[in-house]
Design a protein around this ligand. Structure first.
Ligand code: NCD
Ligand code: ZN
Length: 346
């Protein structure tokens, strides 16, 4: 069976920098025309000037002839000024500002202490119509790790959306029923991205026969009833839900460690994994909207005009890929994936 789609884009991606960037960007560029590139480098990308320099490094690392286009983001901090986000908007290459709660995840030390206190910047984002991308988890250590998304919606997101009704907002990597219900019920300016792992796995995958560090990401995998709700939302045809892999490479040594990093690497097989998830509920007809249309429309960018072809034919990713001087273990390493991407023109 073959499935031809308008070429997709990845609306949530970590590319890292330096030799690691050069190792991973080819995987994304082979499938996607564009990707929203997350700014959580060390130090984080907090200015338009830093985003311009990072964009050039990404472009320089692309395979020859690639038409891949990185869409840049700024990392929101307690010190981000309204002028900086105006400069970002005027640049034409910064497409959003990313909110990380301080300490929530990889390289988020510079994140925001209290989002609702950043009134001047939030009002400016609303006025200049630059989207805010939200890592929707509280960091309060008293809150159970599996409840942090739900509690963020109650404590922060509900007020944010009420106070800034014209703010364009993406709830990144939605993982719970509460998140997809909130987004579905909110106005048209509130959308969400969904990762392949949260469509395909529930939290049992963290402990299958022993601890599985390569399935650990943030937000952490949830119970089966949440996976089912997120899968129903992604495959339901609503323009509010679109593809964002959150592919987040970490060296094998940083994952298989007594304090392993959060992040699943899926860029090597992203669209194939989504095809598998959509196929599992008989919704392949909804894949193109989710992967290639809703995100471009939300970001007010043109839809891609060329296409890709998927073939229902199993293949098995290798146990690892090069990652700078180290290696990364990809999602589904040494285990078959039901769909594969046809070579260009294939
Ligand atoms: C991301 C990373 O490694 O940069 N990790 C993850 O588990 N998703 C950070 C993030 O998006 O939370
Ligand atoms: Zn991410």
């Amino acid at each position: 069976m073959r499935l031809t789609l308008r070429r997709p884009d990845d609306w949530h991606l970590h590319l890292r920098d330096g030799a690691a960037l050069a190792s991973v960007v080819r995987h994304t560029a082979w499938q996607f025309r564009r990707a929203i590139v997350m700014p959580n480098l060390k130090p984080p990308v907090t200015t338009t000037a830093a985003a311009a320099a990072y964009r050039e490094r990404i472009r320089a690392a692309l395979p020859a002839g690639s038409r891949f286009e990185p869409l840049m983001t700024l990392y929101l901090t307690d010190g981000t000024s309204p002028d900086e986000v105006k400069r970002a908007r005027a640049s034409g290459f910064v497409h959003a500002v990313k909110y990380y709660p301080a300490g929530a995840t990889t390289n988020s030390d510079a994140g925001v202490q209290d989002l609702l206190k950043l009134h001047a910047v939030l009002a400016t984002l609303e006025e200049i119509d630059l989207p805010l991308l939200v890592h929707g988890e509280v960091t309060d250590p008293a809150v159970d790790v599996f409840d942090r998304e739900k509690v963020f919606i109650e404590r922060v997101l509900a007020s944010l959306v009420r106070r800034y009704p014209r703010l364009r907002l993406v709830f990144e990597h939605a993982t719970t029923r509460e998140a997809v219900d909130f987004v579905a019920a909110a106005g048209a300016l509130v959308a969400a991205t969904v990762t392949p792992q949260h469509l395909l796995l529930n939290r049992n995958a963290l402990f299958r026969g022993g601890i599985r560090p390569h399935n650990y990401c943030l937000p952490v995998l949830k119970r089966e009833r949440h996976r089912e709700a997120v899968l129903a939302a992604a495959t339901g045809g609503s323009a509010k839900f679109f593809l964002g892999t959150d592919s987040a490479p970490h060296a094998q040594s940083a994952k298989e460690n007594d304090c392993g990093c959060a992040g699943v690497y899926s860029a090597h097989a992203a669209i194939e994994l989504y095809a598998e998830a959509f196929d599992s509920v008989g919704k392949l007809d909804a894949l193109e909207g989710f992967a290639s249309v809703h995100g471009a429309d939300f970001y007010r960018l043109p839809r891609n005009t060329d296409s890709i072809t998927l073939i229902k034919e199993p293949w098995t990713p290798p146990g690892s890929y090069p990652f700078g001087d180290e290696v990364i273990v990809p999602f589904r390493a040494n285990e078959p994936i039901a769909w594969r991407l046809a070579p260009e023109g294939g």
